[in-house]
Design a protein around this ligand. Structure first.
Ligand SMILES: [Zn+2]
Length: 403
Protein backbone atom coordinates (compact mmCIF):
# COMPACT_ATOMS: atom_id res chain seq x y z
CA UNK A 1 0.00 0.00 0.00
CA UNK A 2 1.24 3.46 -0.92
CA UNK A 3 -0.30 6.47 0.75
CA UNK A 4 -0.12 10.13 -0.29
CA UNK A 5 -1.59 13.12 1.49
CA UNK A 6 -1.80 16.20 -0.77
CA UNK A 7 -2.14 19.60 0.88
CA UNK A 8 -2.40 17.65 4.13
CA UNK A 9 -6.09 16.96 3.56
CA UNK A 10 -6.55 14.82 0.44
CA UNK A 11 -5.67 11.13 0.75
CA UNK A 12 -4.87 8.92 -2.22
CA UNK A 13 -3.78 5.31 -1.84
CA UNK A 14 -2.46 2.77 -4.33
CA UNK A 15 -2.63 -0.94 -3.69
CA UNK A 16 0.47 -3.11 -4.00
CA UNK A 17 0.16 -6.39 -5.95
CA UNK A 18 -0.46 -8.45 -2.80
CA UNK A 19 -3.19 -6.08 -1.53
CA UNK A 20 -6.88 -6.82 -2.11
CA UNK A 21 -10.08 -4.87 -2.56
CA UNK A 22 -11.93 -7.16 -0.18
CA UNK A 23 -11.04 -7.46 3.46
CA UNK A 24 -12.28 -7.41 7.02
CA UNK A 25 -12.58 -4.61 9.51
CA UNK A 26 -11.01 -5.31 12.90
CA UNK A 27 -14.36 -6.68 14.09
CA UNK A 28 -14.06 -9.32 11.33
CA UNK A 29 -16.95 -7.90 9.35
CA UNK A 30 -16.36 -8.42 5.59
CA UNK A 31 -16.06 -5.23 3.55
CA UNK A 32 -15.25 -4.19 -0.01
CA UNK A 33 -13.37 -1.20 -1.38
CA UNK A 34 -15.13 1.33 -3.66
CA UNK A 35 -12.49 3.93 -4.48
CA UNK A 36 -8.98 4.95 -3.51
CA UNK A 37 -9.25 8.59 -2.54
CA UNK A 38 -10.98 10.78 0.01
CA UNK A 39 -10.63 14.18 1.66
CA UNK A 40 -10.79 15.54 5.16
CA UNK A 41 -11.89 19.14 5.67
CA UNK A 42 -11.72 21.39 8.71
CA UNK A 43 -8.20 20.31 9.64
CA UNK A 44 -4.87 22.15 9.38
CA UNK A 45 -2.55 21.47 6.44
CA UNK A 46 0.20 20.24 8.68
CA UNK A 47 0.49 17.80 11.58
CA UNK A 48 2.98 15.28 12.97
CA UNK A 49 3.69 12.55 10.38
CA UNK A 50 2.58 9.82 12.82
CA UNK A 51 -0.85 11.47 12.99
CA UNK A 52 -1.11 11.34 9.19
CA UNK A 53 -0.04 7.71 9.28
CA UNK A 54 -2.63 6.63 11.86
CA UNK A 55 -5.39 8.62 10.12
CA UNK A 56 -4.54 6.89 6.83
CA UNK A 57 -4.33 3.49 8.50
CA UNK A 58 -7.93 3.79 9.77
CA UNK A 59 -8.93 3.92 6.08
CA UNK A 60 -6.51 1.50 4.37
CA UNK A 61 -5.86 -1.19 7.00
CA UNK A 62 -8.48 -3.67 5.68
CA UNK A 63 -6.86 -3.77 2.21
CA UNK A 64 -3.19 -3.87 3.22
CA UNK A 65 -1.46 -7.24 3.38
CA UNK A 66 2.33 -6.85 3.78
CA UNK A 67 3.63 -3.31 3.73
CA UNK A 68 2.65 0.33 3.79
CA UNK A 69 4.71 3.18 2.42
CA UNK A 70 3.88 6.68 3.60
CA UNK A 71 4.79 9.92 1.82
CA UNK A 72 6.64 11.21 4.89
CA UNK A 73 8.86 9.51 7.45
CA UNK A 74 7.17 8.13 10.57
CA UNK A 75 8.66 7.33 13.97
CA UNK A 76 10.21 3.96 14.72
CA UNK A 77 7.66 3.60 17.54
CA UNK A 78 4.75 3.96 15.15
CA UNK A 79 6.29 1.54 12.66
CA UNK A 80 6.69 -0.97 15.48
CA UNK A 81 3.04 -0.62 16.55
CA UNK A 82 1.96 -1.29 12.95
CA UNK A 83 4.25 -4.29 12.71
CA UNK A 84 3.30 -5.77 16.09
CA UNK A 85 -0.40 -5.19 15.52
CA UNK A 86 -0.83 -6.15 11.87
CA UNK A 87 2.40 -7.75 10.74
CA UNK A 88 3.01 -5.05 8.12
CA UNK A 89 6.30 -3.38 7.30
CA UNK A 90 5.74 0.38 7.59
CA UNK A 91 8.01 3.18 6.50
CA UNK A 92 10.00 5.17 5.74
CA UNK A 93 11.17 5.54 9.34
CA UNK A 94 12.98 8.65 10.56
CA UNK A 95 10.73 11.00 12.53
CA UNK A 96 10.85 11.69 16.25
CA UNK A 97 7.78 10.32 18.05
CA UNK A 98 4.99 12.78 18.79
CA UNK A 99 4.86 13.92 22.40
CA UNK A 100 1.33 13.42 23.79
CA UNK A 101 -0.61 16.65 24.25
CA UNK A 102 -2.26 17.71 27.49
CA UNK A 103 -5.93 17.71 26.54
CA UNK A 104 -8.73 15.22 26.06
CA UNK A 105 -11.25 15.81 23.27
CA UNK A 106 -14.51 13.94 22.80
CA UNK A 107 -15.28 12.33 19.45
CA UNK A 108 -18.84 13.63 19.50
CA UNK A 109 -21.66 12.06 17.50
CA UNK A 110 -24.61 13.47 19.46
CA UNK A 111 -25.89 9.98 20.37
CA UNK A 112 -26.67 9.05 23.97
CA UNK A 113 -23.36 7.24 24.54
CA UNK A 114 -21.34 10.14 23.21
CA UNK A 115 -23.34 12.68 25.23
CA UNK A 116 -22.79 10.60 28.37
CA UNK A 117 -19.03 10.55 27.73
CA UNK A 118 -19.13 14.32 27.17
CA UNK A 119 -21.02 14.87 30.42
CA UNK A 120 -18.21 13.26 32.41
CA UNK A 121 -15.75 15.78 30.93
CA UNK A 122 -17.67 19.10 30.76
CA UNK A 123 -14.56 21.07 29.79
CA UNK A 124 -13.49 18.77 26.93
CA UNK A 125 -13.68 20.13 23.38
CA UNK A 126 -15.70 18.23 20.79
CA UNK A 127 -14.58 16.93 17.42
CA UNK A 128 -17.59 16.07 15.29
CA UNK A 129 -17.30 13.97 12.13
CA UNK A 130 -19.69 15.06 9.39
CA UNK A 131 -20.20 12.92 6.26
CA UNK A 132 -20.16 14.86 2.97
CA UNK A 133 -20.58 13.70 -0.63
CA UNK A 134 -17.70 12.12 -2.55
CA UNK A 135 -16.95 13.71 -5.93
CA UNK A 136 -16.71 10.34 -7.68
CA UNK A 137 -19.20 8.13 -5.81
CA UNK A 138 -22.97 8.58 -6.14
CA UNK A 139 -24.83 9.12 -2.87
CA UNK A 140 -27.49 6.45 -2.58
CA UNK A 141 -28.02 7.24 1.11
CA UNK A 142 -29.68 10.69 1.05
CA UNK A 143 -31.75 9.89 4.18
CA UNK A 144 -28.58 10.12 6.28
CA UNK A 145 -28.94 13.61 7.76
CA UNK A 146 -25.39 14.52 8.71
CA UNK A 147 -26.31 18.19 8.38
CA UNK A 148 -28.86 17.87 11.21
CA UNK A 149 -26.35 16.17 13.49
CA UNK A 150 -23.73 18.85 12.80
CA UNK A 151 -26.23 21.61 13.59
CA UNK A 152 -27.13 19.94 16.89
CA UNK A 153 -23.43 19.60 17.78
CA UNK A 154 -23.01 23.34 17.18
CA UNK A 155 -25.82 24.06 19.66
CA UNK A 156 -24.08 22.35 22.58
CA UNK A 157 -22.08 25.45 23.46
CA UNK A 158 -18.87 23.39 23.63
CA UNK A 159 -15.63 24.24 21.89
CA UNK A 160 -16.33 22.40 18.62
CA UNK A 161 -14.31 21.35 15.59
CA UNK A 162 -16.46 19.91 12.83
CA UNK A 163 -14.52 17.71 10.46
CA UNK A 164 -16.07 17.06 7.05
CA UNK A 165 -15.13 13.97 5.09
CA UNK A 166 -16.19 11.68 2.27
CA UNK A 167 -14.00 8.85 3.57
CA UNK A 168 -17.03 6.62 4.17
CA UNK A 169 -17.52 6.41 0.40
CA UNK A 170 -14.23 4.54 0.04
CA UNK A 171 -16.37 1.58 1.17
CA UNK A 172 -18.61 -0.15 -1.38
CA UNK A 173 -19.97 -2.93 0.82
CA UNK A 174 -21.89 -3.39 2.97
CA UNK A 175 -22.61 0.35 2.46
CA UNK A 176 -20.79 3.64 2.89
CA UNK A 177 -19.25 3.70 6.36
CA UNK A 178 -16.00 3.66 8.26
CA UNK A 179 -13.50 1.14 6.82
CA UNK A 180 -12.37 0.68 10.42
CA UNK A 181 -14.50 2.05 13.27
CA UNK A 182 -11.50 4.23 14.15
CA UNK A 183 -11.85 6.20 10.90
CA UNK A 184 -14.34 8.43 12.72
CA UNK A 185 -11.20 9.76 14.45
CA UNK A 186 -9.24 10.54 11.27
CA UNK A 187 -10.05 14.26 11.46
CA UNK A 188 -9.48 14.42 15.21
CA UNK A 189 -6.02 12.89 14.69
CA UNK A 190 -5.12 15.57 12.13
CA UNK A 191 -6.33 18.21 14.63
CA UNK A 192 -4.38 16.71 17.54
CA UNK A 193 -1.40 19.07 17.29
CA UNK A 194 -3.56 22.18 16.95
CA UNK A 195 -5.83 21.14 19.85
CA UNK A 196 -2.91 19.83 21.96
CA UNK A 197 -4.56 16.42 22.30
CA UNK A 198 -3.18 13.58 24.39
CA UNK A 199 -6.41 11.62 24.37
CA UNK A 200 -9.57 11.14 22.39
CA UNK A 201 -12.73 10.07 24.19
CA UNK A 202 -15.21 7.79 22.42
CA UNK A 203 -18.75 6.91 23.47
CA UNK A 204 -18.18 3.16 23.25
CA UNK A 205 -19.99 1.62 26.22
CA UNK A 206 -19.69 -1.71 28.00
CA UNK A 207 -21.37 -3.69 25.22
CA UNK A 208 -18.84 -2.52 22.63
CA UNK A 209 -15.81 -2.63 24.89
CA UNK A 210 -16.37 -5.73 27.06
CA UNK A 211 -19.30 -7.80 25.76
CA UNK A 212 -18.34 -8.17 22.10
CA UNK A 213 -21.48 -6.29 21.06
CA UNK A 214 -22.38 -4.74 17.74
CA UNK A 215 -21.14 -6.80 14.80
CA UNK A 216 -18.67 -8.61 17.00
CA UNK A 217 -18.53 -11.76 19.09
CA UNK A 218 -21.17 -11.63 21.84
CA UNK A 219 -18.79 -12.85 24.49
CA UNK A 220 -16.58 -11.28 27.18
CA UNK A 221 -13.69 -9.59 25.35
CA UNK A 222 -11.05 -8.21 27.74
CA UNK A 223 -8.56 -8.16 24.85
CA UNK A 224 -10.88 -6.42 22.39
CA UNK A 225 -8.51 -5.52 19.51
CA UNK A 226 -10.37 -2.31 18.73
CA UNK A 227 -10.89 -0.63 22.07
CA UNK A 228 -8.67 -2.16 24.77
CA UNK A 229 -5.59 -0.03 25.55
CA UNK A 230 -3.34 -3.07 25.08
CA UNK A 231 -5.01 -4.11 21.82
CA UNK A 232 -3.46 -3.27 18.47
CA UNK A 233 -5.48 -0.09 17.91
CA UNK A 234 -4.97 1.08 21.48
CA UNK A 235 -1.20 0.72 21.11
CA UNK A 236 -1.17 2.39 17.69
CA UNK A 237 -3.09 5.45 18.91
CA UNK A 238 -0.88 5.65 22.00
CA UNK A 239 2.23 5.58 19.78
CA UNK A 240 0.91 8.70 18.03
CA UNK A 241 0.45 10.46 21.39
CA UNK A 242 -3.37 10.30 21.29
CA UNK A 243 -4.68 7.72 23.75
CA UNK A 244 -8.02 6.03 23.15
CA UNK A 245 -10.18 6.92 26.17
CA UNK A 246 -13.54 5.29 26.91
CA UNK A 247 -15.21 7.40 29.62
CA UNK A 248 -18.36 5.22 29.56
CA UNK A 249 -16.62 1.94 28.71
CA UNK A 250 -17.75 0.37 31.99
CA UNK A 251 -21.47 1.16 31.84
CA UNK A 252 -24.37 -0.14 29.79
CA UNK A 253 -26.55 1.75 27.34
CA UNK A 254 -29.19 2.02 30.07
CA UNK A 255 -26.75 4.11 32.09
CA UNK A 256 -25.56 6.21 29.13
CA UNK A 257 -29.23 6.83 28.25
CA UNK A 258 -30.02 7.92 31.79
CA UNK A 259 -26.93 10.15 31.97
CA UNK A 260 -27.64 11.69 28.54
CA UNK A 261 -31.27 12.46 29.36
CA UNK A 262 -30.17 14.11 32.60
CA UNK A 263 -27.31 16.00 30.99
CA UNK A 264 -27.08 19.72 30.19
CA UNK A 265 -26.78 18.47 26.58
CA UNK A 266 -30.09 16.56 26.69
CA UNK A 267 -31.80 18.83 24.13
CA UNK A 268 -29.08 17.99 21.59
CA UNK A 269 -29.17 14.19 22.01
CA UNK A 270 -29.96 12.44 18.73
CA UNK A 271 -29.23 8.80 17.96
CA UNK A 272 -31.25 8.61 14.76
CA UNK A 273 -29.57 9.54 11.47
CA UNK A 274 -32.85 10.00 9.58
CA UNK A 275 -35.12 12.50 11.30
CA UNK A 276 -34.86 16.25 10.80
CA UNK A 277 -36.97 17.75 13.62
CA UNK A 278 -36.47 14.78 15.92
CA UNK A 279 -35.79 11.05 15.80
CA UNK A 280 -37.75 9.38 12.95
CA UNK A 281 -39.24 6.77 15.39
CA UNK A 282 -39.46 4.39 12.44
CA UNK A 283 -35.98 2.87 12.06
CA UNK A 284 -34.35 -0.08 13.81
CA UNK A 285 -32.11 2.21 15.84
CA UNK A 286 -35.09 4.23 17.08
CA UNK A 287 -36.88 1.02 18.10
CA UNK A 288 -33.87 -0.25 20.03
CA UNK A 289 -33.27 3.08 21.77
CA UNK A 290 -36.99 3.44 22.56
CA UNK A 291 -36.86 0.09 24.37
CA UNK A 292 -33.93 1.31 26.46
CA UNK A 293 -35.49 4.71 27.15
CA UNK A 294 -38.83 3.16 28.15
CA UNK A 295 -36.96 0.83 30.53
CA UNK A 296 -35.01 3.71 32.06
CA UNK A 297 -38.18 5.80 32.43
CA UNK A 298 -40.26 2.81 33.59
CA UNK A 299 -43.06 3.49 31.15
CA UNK A 300 -44.79 1.48 28.39
CA UNK A 301 -43.17 1.21 24.97
CA UNK A 302 -44.19 4.02 22.62
CA UNK A 303 -43.49 3.11 19.00
CA UNK A 304 -45.40 3.16 15.69
CA UNK A 305 -43.42 0.08 14.56
CA UNK A 306 -45.51 -3.09 14.27
CA UNK A 307 -44.41 -6.74 14.48
CA UNK A 308 -44.62 -7.29 10.72
CA UNK A 309 -41.93 -4.69 9.96
CA UNK A 310 -38.50 -5.97 8.94
CA UNK A 311 -36.64 -4.50 11.94
CA UNK A 312 -39.12 -6.13 14.34
CA UNK A 313 -38.99 -9.58 12.78
CA UNK A 314 -35.62 -10.48 14.30
CA UNK A 315 -37.30 -10.63 17.72
CA UNK A 316 -39.44 -13.50 16.44
CA UNK A 317 -36.25 -15.51 16.12
CA UNK A 318 -33.91 -16.93 18.72
CA UNK A 319 -31.09 -14.80 20.14
CA UNK A 320 -28.36 -13.66 19.88
CA UNK A 321 -29.52 -10.17 19.07
CA UNK A 322 -27.33 -7.10 18.65
CA UNK A 323 -27.29 -5.29 21.99
CA UNK A 324 -28.72 -8.39 23.60
CA UNK A 325 -28.00 -7.32 27.18
CA UNK A 326 -30.16 -4.26 26.62
CA UNK A 327 -32.98 -6.29 25.09
CA UNK A 328 -32.96 -8.38 28.26
CA UNK A 329 -32.88 -5.21 30.37
CA UNK A 330 -35.87 -3.79 28.49
CA UNK A 331 -37.82 -7.03 28.76
CA UNK A 332 -37.29 -7.00 32.52
CA UNK A 333 -38.35 -3.41 33.07
CA UNK A 334 -40.80 -2.08 30.47
CA UNK A 335 -44.39 -2.33 31.79
CA UNK A 336 -46.65 -4.26 29.41
CA UNK A 337 -43.75 -5.59 27.31
CA UNK A 338 -45.68 -8.88 26.86
CA UNK A 339 -48.15 -6.98 24.65
CA UNK A 340 -45.52 -5.56 22.30
CA UNK A 341 -43.50 -6.80 19.35
CA UNK A 342 -40.79 -7.87 21.82
CA UNK A 343 -43.07 -10.51 23.39
CA UNK A 344 -41.59 -13.50 21.49
CA UNK A 345 -38.14 -12.77 22.98
CA UNK A 346 -39.50 -13.18 26.53
CA UNK A 347 -39.14 -16.95 26.18
CA UNK A 348 -35.36 -16.79 25.95
CA UNK A 349 -34.31 -14.74 28.97
CA UNK A 350 -34.46 -14.48 32.73
CA UNK A 351 -36.36 -11.20 32.86
CA UNK A 352 -36.18 -10.65 36.60
CA UNK A 353 -34.84 -7.28 37.69
CA UNK A 354 -32.20 -9.05 39.76
CA UNK A 355 -30.82 -10.75 36.64
CA UNK A 356 -30.31 -7.35 34.97
CA UNK A 357 -29.20 -5.13 37.87
CA UNK A 358 -25.56 -5.44 36.78
CA UNK A 359 -26.49 -3.24 33.81
CA UNK A 360 -27.05 -0.29 36.14
CA UNK A 361 -23.54 -0.17 37.56
CA UNK A 362 -19.98 0.37 36.36
CA UNK A 363 -17.53 -2.47 35.65
CA UNK A 364 -14.47 -1.30 37.66
CA UNK A 365 -11.69 -2.46 35.26
CA UNK A 366 -13.08 0.03 32.72
CA UNK A 367 -12.06 2.90 35.01
CA UNK A 368 -8.62 1.37 35.63
CA UNK A 369 -7.82 1.47 31.92
CA UNK A 370 -8.55 5.18 31.52
CA UNK A 371 -5.17 6.98 31.29
CA UNK A 372 -4.11 8.33 34.66
CA UNK A 373 -4.47 12.04 33.89
CA UNK A 374 -8.23 11.61 33.28
CA UNK A 375 -9.04 8.65 35.51
CA UNK A 376 -9.82 10.45 38.78
CA UNK A 377 -12.39 12.70 37.16
CA UNK A 378 -14.17 9.79 35.48
CA UNK A 379 -14.06 7.71 38.68
CA UNK A 380 -15.48 10.56 40.80
CA UNK A 381 -18.32 11.06 38.32
CA UNK A 382 -19.14 7.35 38.24
CA UNK A 383 -19.03 7.09 42.02
CA UNK A 384 -21.46 9.97 42.40
CA UNK A 385 -23.83 9.19 39.52
CA UNK A 386 -23.66 5.46 38.82
CA UNK A 387 -21.95 3.26 41.41
CA UNK A 388 -19.61 0.31 40.97
CA UNK A 389 -20.61 -3.30 40.35
CA UNK A 390 -20.58 -5.81 43.18
CA UNK A 391 -18.47 -8.97 42.90
CA UNK A 392 -21.43 -10.98 41.62
CA UNK A 393 -22.28 -8.28 39.07
CA UNK A 394 -18.67 -8.32 37.88
CA UNK A 395 -19.04 -12.06 37.32
CA UNK A 396 -22.02 -11.40 35.05
CA UNK A 397 -19.75 -9.35 32.78
CA UNK A 398 -16.90 -11.83 32.86
CA UNK A 399 -19.07 -14.84 32.09
CA UNK A 400 -21.05 -13.09 29.34
CA UNK A 401 -21.59 -15.37 26.34
CA UNK A 402 -19.98 -18.42 27.93
CA UNK A 403 -23.12 -20.01 29.41
ZN1 LIG B 1 -34.88 6.65 13.48
Amino acid sequence: MRVTWSAGTHLTFRLDPEDEITGQASDEYPIKLATNSCSIGGVPGDAHPDLYAVAAWTIVAPWTRKRITFDRAISAELARALHDGWGVEAGPVGAEPRKPGARLAISYSGGADSVAAATIFPEAPFVHFRRVAHPRVPNRWPHYRSDVLARLAAKTGRELSTVTSDLEYTLAEPRPGYPEHHAVAAGALLLADRLDLGGLGFGYEMGSRWLGGGRYLWRFTPDNPMWSPHGRWGRLFAASGVHIVLPVGGVSEAVTMRLALGSPLKDQVRWCLRGTDGPCRNCGKCLYKELIQAAVERRPLDTPITADRSMARKYLKKPPYGGQEMIQYGLARVPGIENTLFAPALDYFDVSEEATSWLEHCYPPALAEIPEQWRAQAAAFVEENVGLMTESEVRRVESWGSA
